[in-house]
Design a protein around this ligand. Sequence first.
Ligand SMILES: NC(=O)CC[C@H](N)C(=O)O
Length: 210
Amino acid sequence: MGAPMIGVLALQGAFESHQQRLTELGALSRQVRTPRDLAGVDALVMPGGESTTMSRLLLSSELFDPLAQRIADGMPVFGTCAGMILLATEVLDGRPDQRSFGAIDITVQRNGYGRQLDSFETDLTVSVLGPGAAPFHGVFIRAPKVTRLGDDVEVLAEHDGVPVLLRQGAVYVASFHPELAGDHRLHAAFLNSFQHESFSERHDAQTENT
Ligand SMILES: NC(=O)CC[C@H](N)C(=O)O
């Protein structure tokens, strides 16, 4: 099989920085706006932005049902911030008509860190980066707060005792914006979760050759 094509949901929000991180890693990526775009990808990143707007655009673009099917079939997905909200089983403080995929068994509260404190940054210890790895700089922007997790959900990082990076099967979610920290290690960890070749090694090899 050739290199996997990574889709970046590009209906709204911070999709361009995600694509930059993937490009830095030498991954192939394409923006996904239609069911046809989705059909050509092997994995998908769902960016931050506004989950209410994204939910509406997913329905009007007729992407919602095919995407739900791909996720149910086991396509790897990485949802960040609004993307995390869209993947959760339960959303608190959402709009009444807001839809989510129920792909990871968590309850999230939209803007759960409080409207006063719109955004904050903090260094996170992330288990999947390996023992002794440098902390990952977490940028939280009107972030969702995880208020409940199911038994099958693995916590990969937490902040003040609250999970902020989680995994269930092929679904990864972060309540922060890993694409904005100028650090592609979490994108590499996502790619490496379904790719045998190590993306970080490949990136290092390419840099050495140039
Ligand atoms: N940065 C973000 O993605 C914020 C998420 C936004 N508060 C929402 O509910 O969709």
